[in-house]
Structures are given as structure tokens and as C-alpha cells.
Design a protein around this ligand. Structure first.
Ligand code: IMP
Ligand code: MG
Length: 173
């Protein structure tokens, strides 16, 4: 059966917010190199859009961690499915995430990356659900704070569906 999806953030708003974040990052790093870490698969479009728009020189790497499986609830167990290809020691790292919910994934990941000796380490998330936070995480760049709804689109999925929607939608469960 097809799920009902309502629009939460239109494509135009998604894109203009990404532009603003890219401008902010460009101002913060100027001519210094920025190493973006894309958390697969959800932050694929966000990372790509940022990479194109940040004016500082950009490199990109990918990491994949376990998350929700096919459901909508965090299991609390996090494991690395695919680690980074490149060493991050001495780099200005920005971890790029699609959405922070309980905060478990990111608090685990940021601690893991910190010990690898980056020159600087920041966190950028497109969406943030503050009401759902279980574990504290410091977030440096946030696209939008959203209410406690399960969202899809712009990289985010529900059982692997709807990632390619250019807007943010809410699945009416
Ligand atoms: P956390 O560890 O609970 O913060 O979960 C973060 C991860 O869960 C995100 O990277 C997403 O992959 C997934 N997630 C959390 N909320 C949503 C949602 O509303 N839609 C799609 N994926 C979500
Ligand atoms: Mg994710």
C-alpha cells in the first residue's frame, strides 16, 4: 500500500537553507581546506549540495553506521558498517548528518572521530529533533529544528523508500 506523505519543508526552502549553511561554513573556514564526512546513506544529497557550494577547498569521505533497520525507532546499538577511507589526522573535519534524533549515533561517532586527531571537528545536521534527544550532542550547524515526526526525502528514507524526494515530507503512519 502506498504511504501518505505530506510536505513539511518545500524544495525551495531546503535549497535556500543549504545555501545559507554553505555560506556560513565558507565564512568560518575561508581558504582552509574542509573535509566533509558524509554519513551514508541519509546525508548523501545534503553532503553533495554543501560540497558544491562551500567556497573553501573541499574533500569528501564516507562512513556507514548501523541505524534503525527498517523501522522508525532507534535500537541504541551502533556499529560501523563501512569506515572512512582516509585518515582524518590534522584535517578540518565536518561530519554531515541528515537528522539528529536521539543523538546516539552522533555522540558515538563524534567520540570515535575525536581520538583520530583531526585539527578541528564540527557537526552539521540538516534536521534536528530536539524533543527526541536522549544523549547530548554539540551541533555546530543546523538546517531546521523540526517537531517529533518521522520524515523522509532529501536523502532520508522509510524502509529505504522516498530518499530521492527533493523536499522533506512526513509519512502519515
Ligand atoms: P539517532 O541516533 O537517534 O540520533 O538517529 C539518527 C539516525 O536515525 C539518522 O541518521 C537517520 O538515519 C535516522 N532517523 C532519525 N529520525 C529519522 C526520521 O524522521 N526519518 C528518517 N530517518 C531518521
Ligand atoms: Mg543517518
Amino acid at each position: 500500500m502506498a504511504d501518505r506523505i505530506s510536505v513539511l519543508i518545500e524544495e525551495e526552502k531546503v535549497q535556500s537553507r543549504v545555501n545559507e549553511i554553505a555560506r556560513q561554513i565558507s565564512r568560518d573556514y575561508k581558504d582552509e581546506e574542509v573535509h566533509l564526512i558524509c554519513i551514508l546513506k541519509g546525508s548523501l544529497f545534503f553532503t553533495a549540495d554543501l560540497a558544491k557550494r562551500i567556497e573553501s577547498p573541499v574533500t569528501v569521505d564516507f562512513i556507514s553506521v548501523s541505524s534503525y533497520g527498517d523501522g522508525t525507532e532507534s535500537s541504541g546499538r551502533i556499529k560501523i558498517i563501512k569506515d572512512l577511507d582516509d585518515n582524518i589526522a590534522g584535517k578540518n573535519v565536518i561530519v554531515v548528518e541528515d537528522i539528529i534524533d536521539s543523538g546516539r549515533t552522533l555522540s558515538f561517532l563524534m567520540e570515535m572521530l575525536k581520538v583520530r586527531g583531526p585539527k578541528s571537528l564540527k557537526l552539521c545536521t540538516f534536521l534536528n529533533k530536539p524533543e527526541r534527544r536522549v544523549v547530548d550532542v554539540d551541533v555546530d550547524y543546523i538546517g531546521f529544528d523540526i517537531p517529533d515526526k518521522f520524515v523522509v526525502g532529501y536523502g532520508m528514507d522509510y524502509a529505504q523508500k522516498y530518499r530521492a524526494l527533493p523536499y522533506i515530507g512526513v509519512v502519515e503512519l
